[in-house]
Design a protein around this ligand. Structure first.
Ligand code: PSU
Ligand code: MN
Length: 305
């Protein structure tokens, strides 16, 4: 058996040892989700916000074949510009580690690594889901099946609006994954506050969400929780405005033969161009908003223990 290739930063190790509120953060958003330099500045801002709210941030990435939980500033900067970084999901994780590669972790891989480190709450932008055109492509993000297996609560602004959101919700329901709207009865659509679809469950405080998470543990239920937190109104781009851009970007991806793990990065960077940078501003605002709520949930979970 290999030793577990897991490296905790001193800050994260101490925080976990004394039961502080630790919030996991992913790194695919840094390497494949946002352009430099906003990717690095956002990663830093998110970490600082978690600290300001009373938590400890744990950004997760794979460096030279080891899972690092908690990155220092120079590593964040390196990650934001490095070119040889794999986008690592569940399928790629063991390979990236055994081959000694560098990798950024998707929602699915970050959930696995957070759980290995003993972290139960994680903030991201928007989870992956069922892609538009799934009838042809079978493209369903491995994030969705991860929610059925790994007990981590993921705070997001819903699933990316580029996706087939009705099918994404159906898939999560089939897999037994709770999807909880925070202070909303609508499933958020990433850049927009509402998808026009009802969210299956609703909670109006971090404490309520923490109670549900601990009840799931009491019941011995497998899997995670999707906490869907709408982007602040001041930063949203209305759904009607986004829809034409989304249709165009999805059509271009099909035309250009983009498949597999390249699809989501392609679509996000096309949206950035089509909205002349507005989609990135909104993406940054929603990630920060999610990090705040994730910290409050982690604090509420700690208060109950
Ligand atoms: N949230 C963002 N930007 C991103 C992502 C999430 O605001 O780039 C990433 C996450 O890592 C998520 C991934 O897991 O997009 C989905 O990729 P795919 O559709 O290939 O599973
Ligand atoms: Mn995919």
């Amino acid at each position: 058996m290999n030793a577990l290739p897991l490296v905790l930063s001193a800050e994260v190790r101490d925080a976990l040892a004394c039961g502080k509120a630790v919030v996991a953060l992913e790194s695919t958003i840094i390497t494949h989700g946002m352009p430099w330099p906003q990717n690095v500045s956002t990663a830093r801002e998110v970490e600082n916000l978690v600290r300001a709210e009373g938590g400890v941030p744990a950004t997760i990435a794979i460096i030279s074949g080891k899972i690092h939980v908690g990155l220092d500033d120079s590593t964040l900067e390196w990650l934001g510009t490095a070119k040889d970084v794999m986008k690592v999901s569940r399928a790629d994780l063991a390979y990236a580690l055994s081959a000694g590669r560098h990798g950024s972790t998707t929602v699915a891989a970050t959930m696995i690594c957070a759980h290995l480190a003993g972290i139960g709450v994680f903030a991201t932008g928007g989870i992956g889901g069922v892609h538009r055109g799934v009838e042809e492509t079978m493209d369903i993000s491995a994030d969705l099946t991860e929610f059925a297996r790994t007990p981590v609560a993921v705070v997001c602004a819903g699933a990316k609006a580029l996706l087939d959101l009705p099918r994404t919700l159906e898939f999560l329901e089939t897999q037994g994954v709770p999807v909880v709207g925070y202070e909303t009865s609508d499933f958020p659509a990433f850049w927009s506050r509402s998808s026009g679809l009802p969210v299956p469950l609703r909670a109006d405080s971090a404490k309520e969400i923490a109670s549900m998470i601990s009840m799931r543990a009491t019941l011995g239920l497998d899997g995670g929780v999707v906490v869907a937190n709408p982007v602040p109104a001041a930063s949203e781009i209305p759904r009607a405005e986004m829809e034409a851009f989304i249709t165009q970007a999805v059509e271009e991806a099909r035309r250009d033969g983009i498949t597999g793990k390249a699809v989501t990065p392609y679509l996000l960077s096309r949206m950035l161009e089509l909205t002349a940078g507005r989609s990135l501003e909104t993406n940054i605002a929603l990630v920060l908003n999610n990090a705040r709520l994730a910290t409050h949930i982690a604090l509420a979970l700690g208060a109950k223990a």
